[in-house]
Design a protein around this ligand. Sequence first.
Ligand SMILES: [Zn+2]
Length: 62
Amino acid sequence: MARKTTARPAAKTVPAEPVACPVCKGSGQVAVTVRVGRRRRPVGQQDGFCLNCFGSGTDPDA
Ligand SMILES: [Zn+2]
């Protein structure tokens, strides 16, 4: 009795292309306004760590 070859379950393919984080647009960093003093006077902006993707630049919800 010849055993029929069973169809292998199709492996679920995960999309390889990462989706860019919508917050930092894939850069992993966001501009953060720097404030000083009690009046919280803005003195400029600096690059800050993107808290949405944790600096990876890819959308964690994608
Ligand atoms: Zn991000």
